[in-house]
Ligand binder design. Structure first.
Ligand code: NAP
Length: 455
C-alpha cells in the first residue's frame, strides 16, 4: 500500500504522498544525529518549556487535529478531539516530572560515593500504528524527548497527514530542528534504518508480525526495542458484579475507537448465574449505537480504518459462524455504503476450535463465553497468546485479590475500563509485547542507566 489519505467513510483517495528517497532518508538521519549532539546537553527545564508549548498547541488546535484523524482513519470526530486533548496531559506530565524521574539515585556501597545517573541514548525510531494516531506518538515522544533523546517517526502509511502534523507541532513548540522528525516511508525501509549506526533503539506499536520483524533486525544489531502489540483482553463478570455498570462499560470497552483498540475488551467471560441478564442488556446497548458518518457528533461507531481490516474481521466472524457460533446481534458488514462500515456485533456459544480462542478481533465484535465459577473464568481468561489488559467485575474482596494475582496481563482493572493514563505504566506480557510506556517506568526505557562509583 502506498502512503495516502483515503477516507474510510467514503473510500475516496484524498491525497497521495511520495515516500522519501534514500538520499532524503540519509539527510534526516544525519540531521537527527547532529541535533542530538546539542539537544542532549540542554537542561531539563528548557526541554520542559518546549514540551509545555507542545501541550498548548495540541490542546488549542484539537479540532483541527481531530479532523485530520477522522479523515484518515475514521474514528469519531468527538473521540479524535478527546485524543488530541489527552496528548496535552502526557506532555505536561513529563514536563513536570522528568527532573524527579531522572534525578541521580544515591546508593550506599564501599565507595565514597556511588549513584545511578540517567542519560539519553540518542536517536530512537518510533514505528507507530494508525489507531490512535496522535496519542501513540505523544506517549513515546513526551518521555523520550524530555529524557534528551531525539525521535524519528515512521507512522502507519494510512495516516501521513497526522504524521506531518505531529512533526509540525514539535517544531512550532520550539524544539530545535531534527529533534523530532517524521519519515514518510513504507515499512520495507524500517530494517535499514534500524540497522543504521545512528539509530540507537526503537519502539513499535502494532501487529505481532511487524513487532517480530523489527525486533529480529534490532536483535542482530544488539539494539534495545520496546514492543506494544495486540491483545484479546478478557472482561470477566462474576456473580456479585454491578451488572448495569458492567454492561455500560462493556459497551464502551468493545466499541470505542470503532472497536480498533489494543486494550478493547474482546472476550466477555460471564458467570452462568448472570449471563442471561448481561447478554440481554448488552444486546440492547449495542442495538442503540449509531453507526455512520464519523464527523457527526451523535455517531457512536464510524468506519473501520481500511478495507483490509474490514475483510479480516468479516473472515473471522464468518469462520466462527460456520463452525457453529451463535449471532446475537449484527454479524455482517453493512453493504449499503462505500465506506468500511461494520456494525456492532455479538457472538456466543463457540464450539472449540473457532478463531475466538486465539485471534484478535480488531473491530466492534464482542465474543461471549459462559463459565461455572471463578476458576474457569481465570483459566479461560489466561488461555490466550496475549497478555495486555484485563477487566474484572466483582464486589467480593477475596475474588478481587485472586483476579489481581492470577490474571496474566500487563494491567488488571477491577470494576473499571482498561485505559491508559500518563501516571500508570502501560504494556503487555506474552505475545502482547514487552517494555512499558508512561509513568516513571516509561521514561526509564530509553536511557542509559549509568552506574557511577567513586573511591
Ligand atoms: P501494523 O500493520 O503492524 O502497523 C503498525 C506499524 O508497523 C505501521 O507503521 C506499519 O507501517 C509498520 N509495519 C508493518 N509491517 C512492518 C514490518 N514488517 N517492519 C517494520 N514495520 C512494519 O499494525 P496496525 O494494523 O497498524 O495496528 C493494529 C495492531 O496494533 C493491532 O494488533 C493492535 O492491537 C496493535 N496495537 C497495540 C497497542 C499497544 O499499546 N499494545 C496499541 C495500539 C495498537 P505501514 O503502515 O507502512 O505498513
Amino acid at each position: 500500500m502506498g502512503i495516502a489519505t483515503i477516507n474510510p467513510a467514503t473510500g475516496e483517495t484524498v491525497k497521495t504522498f511520495e515516500p522519501l528517497t534514500d538520499a532524503e532518508i540519509e539527510a534526516k538521519l544525519a540531521l537527527s544525529q547532529e541535533a542530538y549532539r546539542s539537544y542532549r546537553r540542554l537542561p531539563i527545564e528548557q526541554r520542559a518549556v518546549w514540551m509545555k508549548a507542545a501541550a498548548d498547541i495540541v490542546e488549542q488546535e484539537s479540532d483541527r487535529f481531530g479532523q485530520i484523524m477522522t479523515l484518515e482513519m475514521g474514528k469519531t470526530f468527538k473521540s479524535a478531539v478527546a485524543e488530541a486533548k489527552k496528548c496535552a496531559l502526557v506532555c505536561r506530565y513529563y514536563a513536570e516530572k522528568t527532573a524527579e524521574f531522572l534525578a541521580d539515585v544515591q546508593v550506599e556501597t564501599d565507595a565514597s560515593q556511588s549513584f545511578v545517573r540517567y542519560q539519553p541514548l540518542g536517536s530512537i525510531l518510533a514505528v507507530m500504528p494508525w489507531n490512535f494516531p496522535f496519542w501513540q506518538v505523544f506517549r513515546f515522544a513526551a518521555p523520550a524527548l524530555m529524557a534528551g533523546n531525539v525521535g524519528l517517526l515512521k507512522h502507519a502509511s494510512n495516516v501521513p497527514q497526522c504524521a506531518l502534523a505531529l512533526e509540525e507541532i514539535f517544531l512550532q513548540a520550539g524544539f530545535p530542528e531534527g529533534v523530532f522528525q517524521t519519515l514518510l516511508i513504507g515499512s520495507e525501509k524500517v530494517a535499514g534504518i534500524m540497522a543504521d549506526d545512528r539509530v540507537q533503539a526503537a519502539t513499535l506499536t502494532g501487529s505481532e508480525y511487524a513487532g517480530a520483524s523489527l525486533a529480529a533486525v534490532a536483535g542482530k544489531q544488539i539494539k534495545k526495542t520496546l514492543l506494544e502489540l495486540g491483545g484479546s483482553d478478557p472482561f470477566i463478570v462474576l456473580e456479585t458484579a454491578d451488572i448495569a455498570s458492567a454492561v455500560a462499560t462493556a459497551t464502551t470497552a468493545r466499541t470505542m475507537n470503532n472497536g480498533q483498540s489494543c486494550i478493547a475488551a474482546k472476550r466477555f467471560i460471564l458467570l452462568e448465574e448472570i449471563a442471561d441478564q448481561f447478554e440481554q442488556a448488552l444486546v440492547e446497548k449495542f442495538a442503540a449505537l449509531k453507526v455512520g458518518d464519523p464527523m457527526e457528533l451523535d455517531t457512536d461507531i464510524g468506519p473501520l480504518a481500511t478495507p483490509d481490516i474490514l475483510e479480516e474481521l468479516d473472515d473471522l466472524v464468518r469462520t466462527c459462524i460456520q463452525k457453529g457460533a451463535r449471532v446475537l446481534y449484527g454479524g455482517a458488514p453493512l453493504s449499503n455504503s462505500k465506506g468500511n462500515f461494520y456494525p456492532p456485533t455479538i457472538l456466543s456459544d463457540f464450539p472449540p476450535g473457532t478463531p475466538a480462542d486465539r485471534e484478535e478481533f480488531f473491530g466492534p465484535v464482542a465474543l461471549l463465553f459462559r463459565v461455572k465459577n471463578i476458576d474457569e473464568a481465570i483459566a479461560l481468561a489466561n488461555n490466550t497468546p496475549f497478555g495486555l489488559g484485563a477487566s474484572a467485575w466483582t464486589a467480593d474482596k477475596t475474588e478481587s485479590d485472586r483476579l489481581i494475582n492470577e490474571l496474566e496481563a500487563g494491567a488488571v482493572f477491577i470494576n473499571g475500563l482498561v485505559k491508559s493514563d500518563p501516571r500508570l505504566p502501560f504494556g503487555g506480557i506474552k505475545r502482547s509485547g514487552y517494555g512499558r510506556e508512561l509513568s516513571i517506568q516509561g521514561i526509564h526505557e530509553f536511557v542509559n542507566i549509568k552506574t557511577v562509583w567513586v573511591k
